[in-house]
Structures are given as structure tokens and as C-alpha cells.
Ligand binder design. Structure first.
Ligand code: DAS
Length: 354
């Protein structure tokens, strides 16, 4: 009799446990959705480039990956629903403050930001600079909408959640999981606009994520997150910084126009080594004399390297060099750094360290 009673209790208990969601003992991951192609939808499965971005809400993104509950207890927030080319500094500050607030919560183990791919690299670098946490923060997008054949968003998002839920991703700065790779939010950039293998770091990925497991091969070398002197909790607005493109036949019109509109710094997206046309140098020196910071970057796309006094006498002109940061990343760092200092020597230190 007693055995039958005990076996009955065991069956009931087993039944109860089976009803408990798969993630009862799983890490807690929050997905902050902002829009982009990963939330895109098109009318034809054969069309991977013709669709509307920022259509699918975060709860549908989560529901679209049934096995997500095997790796984490996931909940979503719809922070924005926009294509990322329309991001502004205010969007960055709002998102950064939400990420920082969640990172401080004891019931949050990791954060995923779903994002359009156009400015994903800027947001990832921004969060890398200003969010003080060692919890994993993963920024993820997709090159094809979920309605297209061989869409990449589902696996990219699964990888992002599994990485956000993993202890081994802690302390590595903001990460980007696209196309099975783990890239540093600082280094990664969109190098191609029509392939799923679109995001590359000039200095290589940090690792790979395969079947929900991370394989690490290198670590970030620059300051980030917990080791950053910048804190989103002390930033309410970014400094106005603009980018002017260098090319043959260029004039200083754009640089002057940006300064006239109040730019505190102009990023020179230079040819080659951040070179500056001799038709533009006098105008940039004049702007520097009026207090505008001039920061030389390079628009070569597979990884530039701008060093002081190599192509231009930066010491003499009191200009800053962006080191290996592309123009859009240099803008982010300058916009953050100028909230703390307008000293060109301090700015140059910051560009070497971050
Ligand atoms: N317009 C692009 C964006 O939102 C779509 C994408 O690739 O995500 O960044």
C-alpha cells in the first residue's frame, strides 16, 4: 500500500516538474528591441533585399525561436521600432540608460539589443564605452528579414541570447553575434551590405558561437565597460560631432558648414592614412583656431591606421588622430569624450586607450 502511495506521489511530482517551463533554473536575459531588418518583413520569401525594416514586435521575435527557453528565461522590451539609419544621439542615450539600469538588476544576467545593421557598430561601441557592467551585453541584427528564405535573424538572435546567458561572456565588453562569430563591439564594422557574412573586425573576431556554446580565441585590448572613465548615468546628451568625407577635388565647404552649425569636432574621413587635401588644410587650421576639434580618421574600409604626424603635422596643427577607429566609430568616441573634456591632448589619450 505504502509503495503504491509513494509511487503515486512520484508520478504526480514528475508530472508537475514537466509542466514547469524549461527555463526554471536558467539565466535571465532581457531583449531590448529597437527595430531593423531582424524585425523586418517582406511579401515574398524569395526577396531577401526587398522588405520593410522595423515591423515585427519583440514578443513575436521571441516566439519565433521555440528553443530559446532551453538556454535562458527571456523577456522582451520594445525600446524603439525604427530602422537604425534613423538613430540619433538621443536614441543612443535613452538606450544606454535602459541597458545600464537593467544591468544593475539582480534578476538580469545578460542583455541583448536587437538592432538594424546600418548603425549597429556605432551603438555597440557606444554601449562598450558607457555602460558599467561586466554582464554580457550583446548587440545583434540580421541581413535578411525573417520572411526570406535562409533568413539569418533567428540563429543570430539565438546565439545572442545563449551568449548573453553564458558566464564566459562576462567581462569581455559589448559583443556582436552575427554569422556565428563573436566580435568586439569596439572593432566590428559592417563591411558588406548584401551578404549574411557582413560584419568583420579588422583585427579578427574574438571567437565563435556554435550550437549555443562560445569558443574564445582572443580578448579585447582596449578599455571598456567596467574599466571606462565614461558613465551613461552621468551623460544626458552627447556632444555634436560631424563627419566630412575626403576625396579628390574636395573643398572645405562641409567642414565649415558643420562648424557653423555648432559641431564641437569634425571627423575627417580621410583618404588613405587620414590624408588631408592641401585645399582643405587651411580651413581646418582656421576651425581649430576657433576651438573646433579636428580628428583625422580614414575611410578605407578593411581597417585604417592613422598615426600622429605621419601624413600631417598634427602636433603643429593641434589635431587629433583616430588611430584604428573608422569615421563613424571615431564620431561616437568623440561625442562621448567631449562630454568630459575639450582638451586636445586628453582627447588624443582617449583615442589611444579606447
Ligand atoms: N535599414 C537597415 C537598418 O535598420 C536594415 C538592417 O539592415 O537592419 O539598419
Amino acid at each position: 500500500m505504502l509503495n503504491r502511495f509513494l509511487s503515486h506521489c512520484l508520478l504526480v511530482a514528475a508530472g508537475f516538474l514537466a509542466a514547469v517551463p524549461a527555463f526554471a533554473d536558467k539565466p535571465n536575459v532581457v531583449i531590448l528591441a529597437t527595430g531593423g531588418t531582424i524585425a523586418g518583413a517582406g511579401a515574398d520569401a524569395a526577396k531577401s533585399a526587398t522588405y520593410q525594416a522595423a515591423k515585427v514586435p519583440v514578443d513575436k521575435l521571441i516566439a519565433g525561436i521555440p528553443t530559446l527557453g532551453d538556454v535562458a528565461q527571456v523577456r522582451g522590451e520594445q525600446v524603439f521600432q525604427i530602422a537604425s539609419e534613423s538613430f540619433t544621439n538621443d536614441h543612443l542615450v535613452t538606450l544606454g540608460k535602459r541597458v545600464a539600469a537593467l544591468a544593475k538588476q539582480g534578476d538580469v544576467d545578460g542583455i541583448v539589443v536587437t538592432h538594424g545593421t546600418d548603425t549597429l557598430e556605432e551603438t555597440a561601441y557606444f554601449l562598450n564605452l558607457v555602460v558599467h557592467t561586466d554582464k554580457p551585453i550583446i548587440v545583434v541584427g540580421s541581413m535578411r528579414p525573417g520572411t526570406a528564405m535562409s533568413a539569418d535573424g533567428m540563429l543570430n538572435l539565438f546565439n545572442a541570447v545563449s551568449t548573453a546567458a553564458s558566464k564566459d561572456a562576462r567581462g569581455k565588453g559589448v559583443l556582436v553575434t552575427m554569422n556565428d562569430e563573436l566580435n568586439s563591439g569596439r572593432d566590428v564594422s559592417k563591411m558588406v551590405n548584401i551578404k549574411t557574412e557582413a560584419f568583420k573586425s579588422p583585427w579578427g573576431p574574438l571567437g565563435m558561437v556554435v550550437e549555443g556554446k562560445n569558443y574564445w580565441f582572443r580578448l579585447p585590448a582596449k578599455r571598456h565597460t567596467m574599466n571606462s572613465e565614461f558613465d551613461i548615468e552621468k551623460i544626458d546628451a552627447l556632444a555634436p560631432v560631424e563627419i566630412a568625407y575626403g576625396y579628390g577635388n574636395v573643398t572645405d565647404t562641409a567642414y565649415r558648414a558643420f562648424a557653423d552649425k555648432g559641431a564641437k569636432a569634425v571627423i575627417h574621413a580621410g583618404t588613405g592614412n587620414g590624408s588631408v587635401s592641401n585645399r582643405v588644410v587651411p580651413g581646418l587650421r582656421e576651425l581649430r583656431g576657433k576651438g573646433v576639434q579636428i580628428i583625422r580618421s580614414s575611410h578605407v574600409n578593411a581597417g585604417g591606421f592613422v598615426l600622429r604626424n605621419a601624413e600631417q603635422p598634427d602636433d603643429q596643427y593641434d589635431w587629433v588622430v583616430a588611430h584604428d577607429l573608422n569615421p563613424q566609430k571615431a564620431r561616437i568616441l568623440a561625442a562621448v569624450a567631449l562630454t568630459k573634456t575639450n582638451d586636445s591632448k586628453e582627447l588624443q589619450r582617449i583615442f589611444w586607450e579606447y
